[in-house]
Design a protein. Sequence first.
Length: 322
Amino acid sequence: MKRLKVAVVGVGHLGRFHAEKFARMPEAELIGVADILEERARRVAESLGVRWSLDYREFLSEAEALSIVTPTVTHYEIAREALLAGKHLFVEKPLTDRPETAEELVRLAEEKGLLLQVGHIERFQPPVKALLSRVKKPLFVEAHRLSGFSPRALDVDVILDLMIHDLDLLLALNPAGRVKALLAAGTPVLSPRIDIASVRLVFENGLSANLTASRISLSPQRRFRVFEKGGYFSADTLNRRYFEVRLSRDGRLLPREESFPEADPLYEELSSFVRAVLAGGEPAVSGREAVRALELAYRIKREIEEQLRNHLGETHLEAFGA
């Protein structure tokens, strides 16, 4: 059986799990891990019996694919070099920290005939898979993605860190929809960047959505709810539960609930990437889809930052990387 030679770039909190999943995947051969911290790279590599390096470039000659799990602001540089070297890529979300650089990577991958998959893991959560397969014509979406404060991932704001998951799901439900109206609000609280954000979106085809994301919450929550004529659908990925209610022809409410205690969405996500590369197929979440979510995230980000500039004044522009 053909096995895909993969190297993982960045083995911090999430990257370590990437390496562990690839190491036990029958279709993959983990050849090494790279990280800027020697102790971390060495520890993960030794636990999995593979090579380690402080420089991901050492694996570019041998690896057929790279999994990039570094801070978002470094994605573009690493991914571009890997694509130029002819490597298939799995890149954790968001693809990059700017739509322009994300679009450049997508074009480069297409030009070179390389597969580029982006790590929107919520697509692989069983409750979300159930919801996406059963919703037919969504009319209203409500999502809450709340987490506690952590010093990790503070290189981007909460929109690119958390809300982008729900933006991806919203666009997956409404792939042809164009945004007609957008009203957003948010603010920094515990970091220099936006820590809490809320947006109201109205699409030209009639779908509306309210999304809220926070990384300063005392009560974690990850719920994505969809309403359509005759039905309500809810995916709770924190508790791995799916719930729906449909209206029967005779006017009765028909509830349905499912639990998924044994799911491993990260393994399934990475396995889908490996299988797509080996089979020459399409990625589960393409670079094009990731760019669309990133572009919408930036519209929300710009709207909030403009409000904050007007409210706080020019002296606070540095809080937004300007």
